[in-house]
Design a protein around this ligand. Structure first.
Ligand SMILES: [Zn+2]
Length: 452
């Protein structure tokens, strides 16, 4: 017994570490959480439904029905939020021609509605976080562009959450840039998000995180389960690359880092940060790109090499997705507002807003993080490139057992670019390095590559 106690004491002394998730709270983020309104989200969602159908190939010229009317209304709302925020939000219509494909019979004009909130810190302005929902909708036949397709949940829920976040968050300054995006063409093959992600890649933009919100609207599953306390967050490990595996990916797998892709570090960050601010909500991180045989607008971002994750409600009701409006044996089919839970959508919007606010307040995740491996030793030495933010306080090194899903220990360190753990071996745990600013805002962790 005594030996055990002494051992425990020794272990805790040698780690000299606090538990993660005990960092300071940011008052601006707490304000945002309070201001996000379920009422506003419901009003936005019902307005989107009022356009009858938002099928990507529906009438784009009518003022009252179809995808054109819907996107012009989203644009006008973003512009109103911009006015209310003193012109901070920059609204653009990113128009492009979708070429014919399996779900597009003839060239079609598609428009991403994009509201950009530029970062307030010059050193961080080029660092971009994207949050998106898709505003197109569908019924049973994917090519049916005329039938009523309310899309209240898929994906009026994600679109209205993104719009409400833009309204609230644009009133505040954040160090890094946040892009609020409503995209079309998801149901026709992720067309809007693919166009934007490819453009970002070609322009070499630093997309440091992308949050996709798709089907976040209901707390009721089709088996009667009711759960308004959880949201699923899909986060990919090693991407399914075709052909030759890139070197960086091979190194990740070689060192047992297959669970430490940038998407998973982003998911860990979102879970620990969001649960601190949104009480009663749990983020269920799922180590998978998406549900079986399904995809979403985060996929093109992952394929472009950006960290991207997807939020979805915990229990789907497939009677209310991709269905013609009808009644069969007393069962109502269709994606209608009556099946949405607007308080739940607001909670998921708050989780997103916390994550975005925390990411955009924190310094960039450290770059060129390396762990020394030249000499055989049981100590562990890290080095990284110095961050450039003027409000940088220093760094944190986090670690966990190789079988643990989330960070278990944390070591605060000064504003240095090298650190050694004399008694903690890189061979036995998984490490990550984070940057911290003077207000206690912490970046996501970076998995170290071996320095040979
Ligand atoms: Zn969807």
């Amino acid at each position: 017994m005594r030996v055990f106690v002494v051992l425990l004491l020794l272990v805790s002394l040698s780690f000299a570490a606090e538990k993660p998730n005990e960092s300071k709270t940011n008052p601006q983020i707490a304000e945002v959480v309070k201001e996000i309104s379920a009422k506003n989200i419901e009003a936005i969602d019902r307005k989107l439904v009022s356009f009858g159908t938002r099928h990507t190939l529906s009438d784009a010229t009518s003022e009252t029905r179809g995808i054109g009317a819907a996107r012009r209304w989203i644009q006008s709302e973003f512009e109103r939020y911009s006015k209310e925020s003193g012109g901070r939000l920059q609204v653009t219509m990113d128009e492009f021609t979708a070429q014919p494909g399996p779900r597009v019979p003839a060239p079609a004009q598609l428009v991403n509605v994009v509201a950009t909130l530029p970062g307030a810190q010059p050193e961080s302005r080029d660092r971009i976080y994207v949050v998106s929902g898709h505003y197109d909708s569908r019924v049973t036949d994917i090519m049916n562009s005329t039938a009523d397709a309310p899309g209240a949940n898929d994906d009026g829920s994600g679109t209205s959450a993104v719009m409400e976040m833009a309204r609230v968050m644009s009133k505040y300054n954040w160090d890094a840039t946040i892009v609020f995006m409503a995209v079309p063409g998801e149901e026709q093959g992720l067309l809007g998000s693919t166009h934007w992600a490819q453009m970002a890649k070609e322009k070499n933009w630093n997309i440091a995180g992308m949050l996709d919100n798709d089907i976040i609207g209901s707390s009721h599953g089709d088996d009667g389960t009711v759960d308004d306390k959880h949201v699923r967050l899909f986060a990919e490990g090693v991407p399914p690359v075709k052909g030759e595996m890139p070197d960086a990916l091979r190194t990740l797998v070689q060192t047992g880092g297959e669970n430490d892709s940038t998407a998973r570090e982003l998911a860990r960050f979102i879970k620990t940060t969001a649960e601190k601010y949104v009480s009663g909500m749990t983020v269920n991180v799922i180590y998978r790109r998406d549900r079986y045989l399904r995809g979403g607008d985060h996929s093109p971002f992952l394929d472009a090499g950006f960290p991207a994750v997807r939020f979805t409600e915990p229990n789907e009701d497939f009677r209310h997705q991709h269905q013609d409006l009808r009644e069969e044996h007393g069962v109502k089919y269709g994606d209608l507002p009556e099946f949405c839970d607007y308080n739940y959508i607001a909670q998921v919007a708050r989780i997103n807003a916390v994550a975005l606010g925390a990411l955009a307040s924190a310094p960039a995740a450290p770059q060129d993080v390396k762990v020394a491996t030249k000499e055989l030793t049981n100590s562990t030495t890290f080095q990284w490139r110095a961050n450039t933010e003027p409000d940088l306080a220093g760094y944190e090194i986090v670690w966990r057992d190789t079988t643990a899903p989330f960070w278990e220990h944390i070591q605060n360190i000064d504003n240095v670019t090298q650190y050694t753990f004399p008694k903690l071996s890189k061979d036995n745990v998984l490490f990550g390095v984070c940057a911290v600013d003077k207000d206690g805002n912490v970046s996501p962790a970076v998995y170290p590559a071996p320095l040979r």
